[in-house]
Ligand binder design. Structure first.
Ligand SMILES: Nc1ncnc2c1ncn2[C@@H]1O[C@H](COP(=O)(O)OP(=O)(O)OP(=O)(O)O)[C@@H](O)[C@H]1O
Length: 713
C-alpha cells in the first residue's frame, strides 16, 4: 500500500569540474511493508527512497572526508524527527551513499569514508557504566516530566472546584498535591543535574582520548600523507571535528532520550485524557513542524553563510597581523584596514539578515503555538461544556501537548545534529585507522662500533606518491664513501632534495634501493636511522617557540646541559647565546622569529650535532644567509663535517669546490662525477654551470674547502 509521498528539493553533490545542479523538486514514494512494523517499514521506506533517488540523480562522489552529502540531507529532511523517534539506526542508511564512493588511487591513505562504529565502541566502552547511569537518570527525568501535567491538571481541578463551590479549605485540599508536585520538580531537577554531569564527564573524557589517539596517529603518518594534506585541515579534525562529535554525542543521549520518552509518555497520557483532542494534535503538530523545518533549513543556510563571512573577515585580519612586517614595509596599513572593513561590513549585513530571519521565525512560531493553545482551549472547552472532559483534564492536556510539541521540535533539530556528528566522527576516525607504509620504528640497528656511514643509492627510481606519473629519479646511482664529503649540484628541480629525502627514509624508492653500510634502509629501524645516524640541516631551519636549550636538546632528549653547550660551541652558537640576558633560557619566539637567519641556522646545526650523527645532510644550509653569516655558519659546518659522511646540496658552486666528490645531477640522473678540477677539465655540465654563475656574479677567491681542513683528507 502506498502510504507516503515525499516531495524534496535535491541538489547534486559537489563534483570536481561540474557545477552544482540547480535545486529541483521531485516526488518519491515508499510502500508499507507487509509486517506492518513501523520501524522496519521506515527502514524499507528509506532504502526504497534511496534507490529511487539514485536512479534519478547523477552520481556525485562525495569530497573525501565529507562523507554525508546530499543523500543524508535528503534522508534528514524527509524523515528527520520521525526516523529518530522510531529507529535511530536509520541514520547510517541515510549516510550509506558515501560508502560507495570509488577510492582515489592517487591518495592511497583515504581509506575510510564511513562512520567507524567499531572504533567508536572502543572509545565508549570504558565509560559504559557511567553512560548506563546517565541514561537511567535521563529516562527518569523524562518520566517525571510526563507525570507533572497530570498533577497540574488535578490541581486545576481543585481550583475549579473551589471557585465553583467555595466549600472546604483550598489549602488543605491542594497541600498534598502541591507537595507532590514540589517533590517531583525537585527530583526532576536532581535527575537532570545528574545525567548532565555524567554525560559531560563521558563526553570530555572521550574527546581527550580521541584527540590523543588522532594526534598520535597523525604524527606517525608518512611524509607523503602530509604532502597531500593541509595542516589546517588536520588541525581542524583535532579541534572542530572532535568538538562537534562530542556535542552531538551528548545532545543525542540527553535531548534525544529525553524527548523520545516525553513524546511517547505524553502521547499515552494525552490519548487517555481525550482521544479526539489527541487526534487533532497529531494532525496539526507535524504540519507546523514541517513548515518550521523548512524555515529552519533556510535559516541554517543563512547561518552557514554568516559563519563563512566571519571566517573570511578573520582570514583577512589573520593574514595582515601574521605578515605585519610585510604590511609595514609596504605601508599598506590603510589598505588592510579597508579590506577588513569591507569584509566586516559584509558579515554585519549577513548577521542582520540572519537576525531578521530568526525574529520572523520566532514570531511565527509564537503565533503558531499560541493558535494551537487557543484551538485546544476552544475545542477542549466545547468538550468541557458538553461534559466530555473536565477542566483539570483540559489543563493537563494543554501542558502535556506543549511538552510533546517542544520535544518534537527538539528532535527535528537533533537530527541535523546527528548527521553533523556522524560526519565529524567519520572525519576523526578516518585518520585514526590509517597506517603508514613506513613505520616509525621497527627493524634492525647497526651497532655503533660497526657503523661506518657508507651510503649507496643502487639504481634508484622514484616518483612522489602524490604525483605518481612523474619520475623524479631515474636509475639513480650514487655512493657516499664513509667520512667523505659529496656535493650534489645541478639544475633547480633536478631532484637533489629528493635524494636527501630518500636517505632520511621519508619515502621509499619505487625501484632500486638505498643502503647504509650495505644494509637496505628498509630493513633498518627508521627511528634509529633518523634519531641517531642522520643529521639534517636545511635551508630554512624550523625552531620551536621554546628556549634555546630545549631547541638544541630536541636533537637528543637525554642530552645533558654540558652536551648542549658542547654542541652549541661546535656550531659557533655558544657566543651569541651567552650574550643574551637569559642565555640558554632565552625563548626564541614562534618558529624562532626573535633570532637572525644565521643564528637560527647555527642552532639548527647544534641541534643536528648533539646526536653525533654519522651521516650529515646539508641541504642548501647557507644559501639564505648574507656573506658574514654565511662565513660563520660555513665555519661551523666545516667543523661539523669533519670525520662524517656528508651530503652537501648546493646551488652556489663556490661553496662545494673543496668537496671530495662533486656529483652533477640532471633530470633525475647522475651525469657527471669528479672533483672540482676534474669536472672543470672535462668541460661538461659542471663547467657550464660554473660559467653561468660566474656571469651572474664574480666568483670569490677559492675558499679553503672542507676537504682541505678535513682531518681525514
Ligand atoms: N613533496 C613533493 N611532492 C611532489 N613532487 C615533489 C615534491 N617535492 C619535490 N617534488 C618535485 O620533484 C622534483 C625534484 O624536486 P627537488 O626538490 O628534489 O629538486 P631540487 O633539485 O632539490 O630543486 P632545488 O634546487 O630547486 O631545490 C621537482 O619537479 C618537484 O616539483
Amino acid at each position: 500500500m502506498l502510504v507516503h509521498l515525499f516531495r524534496v528539493g535535491i541538489r547534486g553533490g559537489p563534483v570536481p569540474g561540474r557545477p552544482l545542479l540547480p535545486l529541483r523538486f521531485q516526488t518519491f514514494s515508499a510502500v508499507r511493508s507487509s509486517d506492518g512494523c513501523p520501524s522496519s517499514y521506515l527502514l524499507r521506506a528509506v532504502a526504497q527512497l534511496r534507490s529511487q533517488l539514485q536512479a534519478r540523480i547523477p552520481r556525485a562522489p562525495p569530497a573525501p572526508g565529507r562523507s554525508p552529502s546530499a543523500w543524508c540531507w535528503v534522508g534528514g529532511a524527509l524523515l528527520g524527527p520521525v526516523v529518530l523517534i522510531k529507529c535511530p539506526r536509520l541514520c547510517p542508511v541515510a549516510l550509506c551513499e558515501a560508502e560507495e564512493a570509488p577510492p582515489d588511487c592517487s591518495r592511497p591513505w583515504v581509506v575510510e569514508s564511513r562512520f567507524n562504529w567499531k572504533l567508536f565502541w572502543q572509545f565508549l566502552r570504558p565509560h559504559l557504566l557511567i553512560l548506563g547511569a546517565a541514561i537511567v537518570l535521563a529516562l527518569g527525568a523524562a518520566l517525571v516530566n510526563v507525570q507533572i501535567p497530570l498533577l497540574l491538571g488535578q490541581l486545576v481541578e481543585i481550583v475549579a472546584k473551589y471557585t465553583r463551590d467555595r466549600a472546604g479549605s483550598f489549602l488543605t485540599e491542594s497541600r498534598n498535591l502541591s507537595t507532590r508536585l514540589l517533590i517531583l520538580y525537585g527530583i526532576q531537577g536532581l535527575l537532570t543535574f545528574g545525567y548532565l554531569v555524567l554525560l559531560s564527564r563521558i563526553g570530555e573524557r572521550m574527546a581527550v582520548d580521541m584527540r590523543r589517539a588522532l594526534f598520535s596517529n597523525l604524527l606517525r603518518q608518512d611524509i607523503a600523507f602530509f604532502d597531500a594534506k593541509r595542516t589546517g585541515q588536520l588541525v581542524s579534525r583535532l579541534t572542530t571535528d572532535v568538538q562537534e562529535f562530542k556535542s552531538s554525542f551528548k545532545l543525542v543521549i540527553s535531548q534525544g532520550l529525553r524527548s523520545c520518552t516525553q513524546v511517547a509518555g505524553c502521547l499515552v497520557s494525552l490519548s487517555m485524557l481525550s482521544t479526539r483532542l489527541t487526534l487533532l494534535l497529531m494532525v496539526a503538530t507535524p504540519a507546523l513542524m514541517g513548515a518550521g523545518t523548512l524555515m529552519g533549513s533556510a535559516l541554517r543556510k543563512l547561518s552557514r553563510q554568516c559563519q563563512e563571512q566571519v571566517a573570511r573577515a578573520t582570514g583577512v585580519a589573520d593574514e595582515a597581523l601574521g605578515n605585519v612586517r610585510t604590511v609595514r614595509a609596504f605601508a599598506m596599513e590603510q589598505w588592510e584596514e579597508e579590506r577588513y572593513r569591507v569584509e566586516l561590513e559584509a558579515s554585519r549585513c549577513k548577521a542582520e539578515e540572519l537576525g531578521r530571519g530568526i525574529a520572523l521565525f520566532q514570531g511565527l512560531s509564537n503565533i503558531a503555538f499560541n493558535c494551537m493553545v487557543l484551538g485546544t482551549l476552544f475545542i477542549g472547552g466545547s468538550l468541557v461544556a458538553g461534559q466530555q472532559l473536565t477542566g483539570g483534564d483540559l489543563m493537563s492536556f494543554l501542558v502535556a501537548s506543549q511538552t510533546v510539541q517542544r520535544s518534537m521540535a527538539n528532535l527535528s533539530v537533533l537530527f541535523g545534529q546527528v548527521v553533523r556528528g556522524l560526519s565529524a566522527g567519520t572525519r576523526v576516525f578516518e585518520y585514526m585507522t590509517l597506517s603508514p607504509d613506513i613505520r616509525l620504528s621497527g627493524g634492525c640497528c647497526i651497532p655503533r662500533e660497526h657503523l661506518h656511514g657508507s651510503v649507496t643509492f643502487h639504481n634508484v627510481c622514484f616518483s612522489y606518491p602524490c604525483r605518481p606519473g612523474f619520475q623524479v629519479l631515474k636509475d639513480f646511482t650514487l655512493t657516499l664513501p664513509p667520512g667523505k664529503i659529496v656535493a650534489l649540484v645541478g639544475q633547480s628541480g633536478g631532484g637533489k632534495t629528493t635524494v636527501a629525502s630518500l636517505l632520511e627514509r621519508f619515502y621509499d624508492p619505487t625501484a632500486g634501493m638505498v643502503t647504509l653500510d650495505g644494509q637496505d634502509l628498509r630493513t633498518l629501524d627508521p627511528s634509529w636511522l633518523r634519531g641517531q645516524v642522520i643529521g639534517f640541516i636545511s635551508q630554512e631551519p624550523v625552531l620551536f617557540g621554546t628556549t634555546i636549550m630545549e631547541n638544541i636538546r630536541f636533537g637528543r632528549l637525554g642530552a645533558s646541559d654540558e652536551d648542549v653547550y658542547a654542541a652549541a660551541r661546535e656550531a659557533n652558537a655558544h657566543e651569541f647565546i651567552t650574550s643574551f640576558p637569559k642565555g640558554y633560557n632565552t625563548i626564541v619566539g614562534e618558529r624562532g622569529t626573535t633570532l637572525s637567519g644565521g643564528q637560527k641556522q647555527r642552532l639548527a646545526i647544534a641541534r643536528a650535532l648533539i646526536k653525533q650523527p654519522t651521516v650529515l645532510i646539508l641541504d642548501e644550509a647557507t644559501s639564505a644567509l648574507d656573506s658574514e653569516s654565511e662565513r660563520v655558519v660555513q665555519e661551523a659546518l666545516d667543523r661539523a663535517s669533519a670525520g662524517r659522511t656528508v651530503l652537501v646540496i648546493a646551488h652556489r658552486l663556490s661553496t662545494v669546490r673543496g668537496a671530495h666528490r662533486i656529483v652533477v645531477m640532471a633530470h633525475g640522473r647522475v651525469c657527471e662525477v669528479g672533483t672540482h678540477e676534474e669536472l672543470l677539465k672535462k668541460g661538461g655540465l659542471y663547467s657550464e654551470l660554473i660559467r653561468r654563475q660566474a656571469l651572474d656574479a664574480p666568483l670569490p677567491e677559492t675558499p679553503k674547502g672542507p676537504r682541505n681542513r678535513h682531518p681525514k683528507s
